[in-house]
Design a protein around this ligand. Structure first.
Ligand code: MRU
Length: 365
């Protein structure tokens, strides 16, 4: 995505130094655009747990670069692969819900385990991580192309009138290396001259909507309005939402979708108001091993994310407490929307209904 006329991805390897990975530090956005260097598996793990990088596809690709850095770190070890396996376990343990994390680490380890000698592991790992990254970028670009006709159809139905889209969290290029998932068809529609407007849920408690989605849409010139998370249902009742489009961290073989906490409530409101509800994701976010939505591991995060709020104050970035001292808190990061509330899944291989048969044939492509 272009920022100030320069094309950026949310993660990239250093052109010269194979032991160096660069990221946009998403904790600092939108108030500061800071580039951060990652030089070790520890750095990679920290970037994921601290959410300097976040969003399912980006978490996966970051972990893949983590294996590449691990191969460099352990190049001189007596048994490099044994050490890299330990780092793979550490990387997988950084966050539980986005299945792309385990998918990417397993893909990388399968490549390294196939090698007869450990001599070239750093170069092989670097090449495999770069290939995985390009594959995910292309997959996300394709989700945009596959979702665009839905917006074109809505625009036709409204005789070219503005198509109002509600989205939750950030599923844009920041969350996916480039292009985005939920935001990808919106960018394409806007660039094609289709009139779109996005209702952006602030997405408490870490405000990925208020901070990151607003930053992305403003930067691209796409009209949007920021709303408190509890407003979407009211807008739907008033006919001010034509479609809900959002991301996914893990989808079961039956079409249940785990995404940012609050997604399930949007699905209920959309269902009650007959508004189409779509989840957009690359097939790397499918977890075919899971039958039931209750099997999806849901992350619980630090209560401080709820009790404290960060923002720009008179003296720069400020953190304020928003409740009485010692207030008990529960902070689930994700929830699961059952397939029965979802109109369709927009993937890089096409759109399907959230049903086992359709998903299985899509995965066989
Ligand atoms: O906690 P986060 O910011 O990693 O949660 C991100 C989401 O829930 C996104 O909607 C999802 O990962 C899809 S990103 C394309």
């Amino acid at each position: 995505m272009n920022i100030g006329g320069k094309h950026y991805r949310s993660i990239w390897p250093d052109e010269k130094d194979p032991s160096l990975i660069w990221i946009i530090d998403q904790r600092k956005l939108p108030f500061a655009f800071e580039i951060m260097s990652l030089k070790s598996t520890d750095d990679i793990c920290f970037s994921i747990t601290s959410m300097a990088v976040r969003g399912a596809p980006l978490i996966g690709v970051t972990a893949a670069w983590g294996i590449a850095l691990s191969a460099v770190e352990h190049a001189g070890a007596k048994e490099p692969l044994r050490e890299i396996r330990k780092d793979a376990i550490r990387l997988k343990a950084t966050r539980p819900t986005a299945v792309n994390l385990a998918w990417a680490v397993d893909r990388m380890m399968a490549v390294l385990e196939r090698q007869e000698s450990s001599a070239d592991l750093p170069a092989i790992a670097h090449k495999a991580a770069a290939a995985l990254c390009e594959e995910e970028v292309e997959s996300c670009r394709r989700t945009g192309e596959n979702g665009l006709p839905l917006l074109e159809e809505l625009s036709r139905k409204k005789n070219g009138g503005t198509v109002n889209i509600l989205t939750h969290c950030n599923a844009g290029w920041l969350a996916t290396i480039d292009y985005g998932t939920a935001l990808a068809p919106i960018y394409l529609a806007h660039d094609k001259g289709i009139r779109v407007h996005v209702w952006v849920d602030e997405t408490r408690p870490r405000n990925q909507g208020a901070r990151l989605t607003a930053f992305e849409l403003a930067n691209h010139g796409v009209p949007f309005t920021l709303i408190p998370d509890n407003t979407g249902g009211h807008l739907m009742q008033r006919g001010m939402v034509d479609i809900v489009i959002l991301g996914c961290d893990r989808a079961t073989i039956n079409g249940d979708v785990a995404n940012k906490i609050g997604t399930y409530l949007k699905a209920l409101a959309a269902h009650d108001n007959n508004i189409p509800f779509y989840s957009v994701f690359p097939v790397s976010s499918f977890d075919p091993s899971l039958e039931s939505m209750s099997d999806i591991p849901v992350e619980e995060r630090d209560p401080g994310e709820v009790t404290f709020m960060e923002g720009k104050g008179a003296n720069g970035i400020t953190i304020v407490q928003i409740c009485p001292d010692n207030t008990p808190v529960v902070n689930f990061g994700f929830d699961v929307t059952p397939a029965r509330l979802i109109t369709g899944l927009i993937t890089n291989r096409g759109i399907c209904r959230p049903e086992r048969k359709e998903i299985e044939s899509l995965l066989l492509q």
